[in-house]
Design a protein around this ligand. Structure first.
Ligand SMILES: [Zn+2]
Ligand SMILES: [Zn+2]
Ligand SMILES: [Zn+2]
Ligand SMILES: [Zn+2]
Length: 387
């Protein structure tokens, strides 16, 4: 395609083709579709009265300029043979001249004359307009759908962003107050057990000093005291020692007195710091499009597209019924075929050895007698049947 498009000149310098050939600069005013020439006023006068071109329909150049470029630049003559296009090649989807059918298009089939195409153009235009209507309606529907979807997407994202920010703020607030609270608790726990521990250490310090002094007393007594002093003195020391021992043993009676106080957090913050998810995970859910393609009813009626139906969609129904009344003959109808004239041929799988012919409405017309019975029958054309 494309070879039958001529180069459209700039609007401003469209010159009369005939005058240009004689180097006369004359602005063109009309365009002849048949000659594919742009002519000035005076050349148009000649063109109008010449026998060969008097029937040519011309278009004012102003109108010609209004056509889309791909339409106005359509060529009307064949470059190879300098003849007017008369045919249309459906294989190449392009117009051609008669001579082309022996050259470029010599293997092509199904040529249509441009005249016949022009005759059909009325319905083709209707087809195009219907298709445009159909597309317009459907594009509008999908356009509205997508525009709404865009707004909804924006809204959703904005809502989510706000939600994430708010939740983040709340979490930070919670975290901060939690931090303060737990530090406060920690300080309380610290003070409490620090006091207990310090108290114990102090008691033990006193105990150590007391024991040391008693030890010193014993050593001094051993060296300097009389036997009398030793007896009474050691009784005194024994009493003091017993008191110290009793005091000391109290630490072991009370389980909690010497227990270590390990302060720890039940919930380990380290674990949560290894996570990347605090505010949730984003999920994009895909919802199938529910918009059906609306077919243009007038387009359907004029140009039915669904000629080929799915076998499942074919519904059987009885359009006519017939009773074959022939006395008391028993028939065993097994096969059926249609003849070219829409008559129906039935095979009778019984000893009647006959084929039955019915008309379009199912009325029994006549029988064909066979030399033996036929199970099935098929029409093979050319007025012949096979049994
Ligand atoms: Zn001219
Ligand atoms: Zn012409
Ligand atoms: Zn040609
Ligand atoms: Zn062709």
């Amino acid at each position: 395609m494309g070879s039958y498009f001529s180069n459209k000149m700039d609007d401003s310098d469209i010159q009369c083709t005939l005058c240009s050939k004689r180097d006369i600069p004359n602005a063109a005013v009309i365009w002849c579709a048949v000659c594919d020439e742009k002519l000035c006023q005076s050349c148009n006068e000649i063109h109008k009265y010449l026998k060969i071109s008097s029937s040519h329909e011309v278009t004012a150049l102003d109108v010609y300029k209004k056509l889309p470029t791909f339409i106005s630049s359509l060529k009307q003559t064949c470059d190879s043979h300098e003849e007017h296009f008369k045919l249309y090649c459906p294989a190449h989807r392009e117009p051609c001249c008669y001579k082309c059918t022996t050259t470029k298009h010599k293997t092509c089939h199904g040529f249509q004359t441009l005249d016949s195409l022009i005759e059909q153009s009325q319905t083709q235009f209707l087809d195009l307009e219907c298709t445009i209507d159909e597309l317009n309606i459907n594009i509008e529907t999908v356009f509205n759908n997508r525009t709404a979807a865009l707004i909804e997407l924006d809204d959703q994202v904005l809502d989510l962003a706000m939600h994430i920010k708010k939740t983040g703020e709340k979490l930070r607030e919670k975290l901060e107050s939690n931090e303060k609270e737990i530090l406060q608790q920690l300080s309380v726990v610290h003070s409490k057990y620090k006091a207990i521990f310090e108290n114990t250490v102090e008691e033990l310090q006193t105990m150590k000093a007391e024991i040391k002094s008693l030890q010193k007393n014993i050593e001094e007594m051993k060296e300097f005291a009389s036997e009398y002093q030793f007896v009474l003195g050691s009784q005194e020391i024994r009493l003091k020692l017993k008191k110290e021992k009793d005091n000391f043993c109290k630490y072991f009676e009370n389980d909690h007195q010497l227990s270590q106080k390990n302060v720890a957090l039940k919930f380990t913050p380290g674990q949560i710091l290894n996570q990347d998810i605090f505010l949730g995970t984003l999920v994009v859910e895909e919802v199938a499009c529910e918009i059906p393609f609306k077919k243009n009813a007038s387009l359907e009626a004029a140009f039915p597209l669904d000629i080929f139906q799915n076998i499942e969609s074919v519904k059987m129904h009885t359009s006519s019924q017939t009773k074959i009344l022939e006395g008391k003959v028993t028939r065993n109808l097994a096969g059926c075929t249609f003849l070219e004239n829409d008559q129906m041929l039935l095979s009778d799988w019984s000893d009647n050895n006959e084929l039955l012919i019915l008309d379009k409405q199912g009325e029994h017309l006549r029988n064909i007698v066979l030399d033996k019975k036929a199970f099935d029958v098929v029409y093979v054309g050319n007025h012949c049947v096979c049994q």
